[in-house]
Design a protein around this ligand. Structure first.
Ligand code: AMP
Length: 277
């Protein structure tokens, strides 16, 4: 496994044998089984697999958890080596954002609701860094998790709009045995908050069950989630949503599919999760 923080070296390796397919999994590190599931999809679907580890500062607002975001580069590299990854790109902030950097990729619509309403600068940071990573790695396929549902919609739109020559592959959400979606941020939870956090998936599952039983009013689905989450004193709701999975607009009546999603604070840690019906 080659580990490098050098853009030219990444491009050389990528194009050393031009007709090989490359899968690419961008991450912020502190890797867990959810990341590994995307790596395994990439290993199975491509000749070579590249992973990036970069905690992108521009997708964090000044009030957010950039400084406390968990890191463990040595552990991550051992994990990726054992998985059979070919290339790991570990750029520095200065390499990605050198003095004089002035370009932003921003999307006007799908970035606005849900995560965008709570984190207005987040997706411009994500789209810009992913565009840069795509241009550096030039993968055949890029792998993202359904866990970050809106991110997958934003990045698919960016790939369409900017004609990136790659295929987007979305992998399912990996969960802990108690249903909590795996996340690097779970490591930041106190024991008490960790014990409370599975309510997020329980609430989504309850709304999902109501849908399966025939409930079609968006407001009823949202209310089911609100009631379950507010019953847990450690949880503070940022938003709950039953939205159109394409436009992300809240639905009054669910006719075709629905994206049930929520963001919930436990202490200072903000967790997101979703179920796509
Ligand atoms: P992150 O390191 O949090 O930026 O995540 C890197 C990639 O892993 C993103 O595409 C995430 O959507 C994906 N990911 C994070 N958590 C999970 C999970 N529990 N299951 C599947 N994919 C995940």
């Amino acid at each position: 496994m080659i580990v490098t923080a050098n853009i030219d070296e990444v491009r050389q390796l990528r194009w050393a044998v031009p007709n090989l397919t490359w899968g690419f999994v961008p991450t912020m590190g502190y890797l867990h089984a959810g990341h590994l599931s995307l790596v395994q999809l990439s290993l199975a679907g491509n000749d070579k697999t590249a992973v990036s580890i970069f905690i992108n500062p521009t997708q964090f607002a000044p009030t957010e958890d950039l400084s406390t975001y968990p890191r463990n580069l040595a552990g991550d590299l051992a994990f990726l080596e054992a998985a059979g990854v070919d290339l790991v790109f570990t750029p520095s902030d200065a390499l990605m954002y050198p003095p004089g950097f002035q370009t932003t990729v921003s999307l006007s619509q799908v970035t606005q609701p849900l995560e965008g309403s709570s984190r207005p600068t987040h997706f411009a940071g994500v789209a810009t860094v992913v565009a840069k990573l795509f241009n550096i790695v030039q993968p055949t396929r890029a792998y993202f998790g359904q866990k970050d549902a809106q991110q997958t919609i934003v990045l698919r739109q960016m790939v369409r709009d900017l004609n990136f020559n790659l295929e987007m592959v979305i992998g399912p959400t990996s969960r802990e045995p108690d249903g909590l979606a795996m996340s690097s941020r779970n490591a930041l939870l106190s024991a008490e908050n960790r014990a409370a956090a599975p309510v997020v998936y329980r609430a989504l599952s309850a709304a999902n069950a109501a849908y399966e039983a025939g409930e079609r009013f968006g407001e009823v689905l949202r209310q089911i989630m609100i009631e379950m989450i507010t019953a847990v004193p450690q949880a503070r709701i940022d938003y709950v949503s039953a939205a159109d999975p394409r436009t992300l607009q809240e639905l009054d009546v669910v006719e075709e599919g629905v994206l049930l999603s929520t963001a919930v604070f436990f202490g200072n840690t903000r967790l997101i999760d979703n179920i796509l019906i």
